[in-house]
Ligand binder design. Sequence first.
Ligand code: SF4
Length: 392
Amino acid sequence: MAAANLLDFDLDGLGTFFELLGEKRFRAAQLSRWIHQRGVSDFAAMSDLAKSARARLLDVAAVQPLQLVSERESADGTIKWLFDVGGGNAIETVFIPEDDRATLCVSSQAGCAVGCRFCSTGHQGFSRNLGAGEIVAQLWHAEHALRKRRGSGERVISNVVMMGMGEPLQNYSALLPALRVMLSDHAYGLSRRRVTVSTSGVVPMIDRLRGDCPVALAVSLHAPNDALRDELVPLNRKYPIADLLASCRRYLEAAPRDFITFEYCMLDGVNDSQAQAHELLALLHHAPSTRIPSKVNLIPFNPFPQSGLLCSSRERVLAFAEVLRDAGIVTTVRKTRGDDIAAACGQLAGEVQDRTRARERLARRTVAIHAAGSGRSEIERPGLVSGSGERT
Ligand code: SF4
């Protein structure tokens, strides 16, 4: 029988596992602290566990890290790890140090089935969901590798964003225990405000997350109307903007923050006009049916060859931001980090054995990009992944 990977379990799961071994449930907290807080994977070293429990664990369990393929460090201190997750797939995890925080960007799937037009992961297609242990192992590796590097037992990572490869809400059954490990006082003890789930808008799962484990929520919006968002984020055809914003308003009833962050990737000539800035303002701020407390994060697009898209000029980004700021919406322009090691937003691409044939479809199709406020423009581009469906 294969050994159980203890990184797969949240505290409750670890307690149940211990009970099944005939051990006391409360011992799970001790075990969790050894694994997650001290980074220990050798049961023999867990000195406050009974010898009999340690021997039993040796027989049936293991702490299985991910197989590290490479580690690259950017001139700005950003670190990107590439992990082999088997079957020809590799995923990426990125550490982003800043003055007041240290953020880990974590992947939830090998590839992604959503197929956003501007996203390098989306262009790779989808292979499989990661298990809870594979999500947690990214944090486990990063936290303890960084402590070792710094020669200190002090906690390094203060924030986690589920913004790496994959749509986390399409892998909900693994996401939920992983989030609970991140938040547990017997593991990483992160505040709910400092753990962010980023979604392209899987409406029913936003509602489930609100009930099960409300953490900070970021929504990949990228367009001020359905016509354009249908093209950029194909999931919008299933969950249009009005439904998405309604679920965000429900989410705020339980959220640890009193606003939703909306991510908006700035694409030259596609979604970055002044008219579109005003349309976004009307959507988030003025229209009674969709108005919502918001923070907007403008992300300069990181071009990659297959996308056929360009980044908006700095002037256009700043002019867009000004429209929102003038109306009182907190608007940030994301600083590009780690672009010299392809670790910047939208650049994570690991290695994916695509089971959705996304690459072929993307290469074949021509799409119409509807530029809101400026009529419809036909642009010859590789197409979008369509009908990729949900996997949760
Ligand atoms: S932006 Fe997110 S949801 Fe869209 S394709 Fe990329 S990883 Fe998937």
